[in-house]
Ligand binder design. Structure first.
Ligand SMILES: Nc1nc(=O)c2c([nH]1)NC[C@@H]1CN(c3ccc(C(=O)N[C@@H](CCC(=O)O)C(=O)O)cc3)C=[N+]21
Length: 363
């Protein structure tokens, strides 16, 4: 199916936002408003760039009245995730009607990290919203690795469980590798089992599951008709759960991929060559406007809390990319929140559905 058809039941306003030709050029009055808002925010990189821009604008040919800047198309992960949940709901119900099987996801949470508890709660809610059954195990911080392994083994043997997710990070006294190896590869909906990652890396091999966050990034590019083949892509960050699989996926999609990491010399110069940037570092506003090639597409995986006295929680979430700067240079960009985050959960549901379909040989 053509990806554009997937939006047929979106509201007209949503479609307007999704069509690339609607990229707007700000009038100078809008631009002034935007500037005002930007300065009221705390993108730390902004003032520096602002200074250099203002010096450019003193050149005689550039006057304030023509300081119209393009704004990037917003890649609306929240909207796409909702669309995907609707598709999954329909498939879950079709499977239930046809063979009486309801997909099941088991989540194991160890310890009492607040962020992990929130993510797990959101995953449970998402399961409910599409008709997937969820099972949850909560273990205390001081639980043993053996206890976790026992629960994994029970879920491996339980036919009503099709997917198993062990929420990361685990407490320090546990060996993450032992735990991730224990999940049956057929139920590894996170795609973290080394066999799944290995297959992802090899041409001619197919992983049973692809890690949810990188899969969500690629899905966003597909659904926005952003072509990957032959493009220069830079992935910032080389974690096992995001950066590395994201680079492998981009390569499978025929991009030419570079990975920027903490030991990279001149990451800015390398990143500036990219047509597509996926940033998964976890450092607020690290990628500044000067890192970005005009017209590049930016997928920002970072979810970083920054202090914000004006927010009820005392903080707000920002990405790895300085959004205010980037949105004037890039052609398309994901916001934080509302970008990759919701897609991660949608892909988890999708992987769980795939697991159930595969087990029961249901197409
Ligand atoms: N085994 C395992 N699998 C994971 O997939 C996994 C994990 N461990 N550990 C932690 C990370 C993080 N993660 C997120 C999921 C959803 C949002 C999300 O929905 N964020 C929203 C809301 C953010 C908010 O307001 O709190 C957004 O970006 O719009 C974010 C982050 C999954 N992870």
């Amino acid at each position: 199916m053509a990806s554009s058809m997937k939006f047929t039941d979106c509201s007209p306003s949503a479609i307007v936002r999704l069509v690339p030709s609607t990229r707007t050029r700000l009038r100078s009055s809008d631009s002034a408003v935007l500037f005002h808002r930007v300065l009221g925010r705390s993108c730390p990189a902004y003032p520096r760039t602002f200074v250099s821009r203002s010096s450019i604008s003193t050149l005689p040919v550039i006057s304030a009245s023509i300081s119209t800047e393009a704004t990037a198309q917003v890649i609306d992960g929240k909207l796409v995730a909702k669309q995907i949940r609707e598709e999954i709901t329909a498939e879950v119900s079709r499977m239930k009607d046809a063979i009486g099987v309801v997909p099941g996801l088991a989540v194991i949470l160890v310890g009492d990290r607040k962020d992990s508890a929130t993510y797990v709660r959101n995953k449970k809610k998402a399961c409910e919203s599409v008709g997937i059954k969820s099972f949850e195990v909560n273990l205390p911080e001081n639980a043993t690795e053996q206890e976790v392994l026992k629960h994994i083994s029970d879920f491996n043997d339980d036919p009503s469980v099709h997917g198993i997710l062990v929420q990361l990070p685990l407490p320090k006294h546990m060996n993450e590798q032992n735990v991730l190896h224990a999940v049956s590869i057929e139920k590894d909906v996170d795609g973290f089992h080394p066999l799944n990652i290995g297959r992802l890396a090899m041409r001619g091999e197919e992983p049973l599951f692809v890690p949810c966050t990188p899969k969500g990034c690629i899905e966003l590019l597909h659904r926005y008709n952003i072509s990957i083949k032959g493009k220069r892509a830079v992935v910032i960050g080389r974690s096992n759960i995001v950066g590395t699989p994201a680079a492998l996926l981009l390569q499978r999609e025929d991009a030419t991929v570079s990975v920027v990491h903490s030991r990279t010399k001149d990451p800015e110069e390398l990143t500036r060559q990219a047509d597509i940037i996926i940033s998964a570092v976890g450092k607020a506003n690290m990628v500044e406007g000067s890192w970005i090639k005009p017209g590049a597409v930016i997928i920002d995986v970072g979810i970083n809390p920054v202090e914000d006295a004006s927010s009820p929680r005392g903080y707000r979430l920002v990405g790895d990319v300085c959004y205010e700067e980037a949105s004037k240079i890039a052609s398309a960009i994901t916001p934080v929140p509302g970008g990759v985050g919701p897609m991660t959960i949608a892909m988890l549901l999708s992987n769980t559905l795939t697991a159930a379909k595969r087990t029961h040989n249901f197409q």
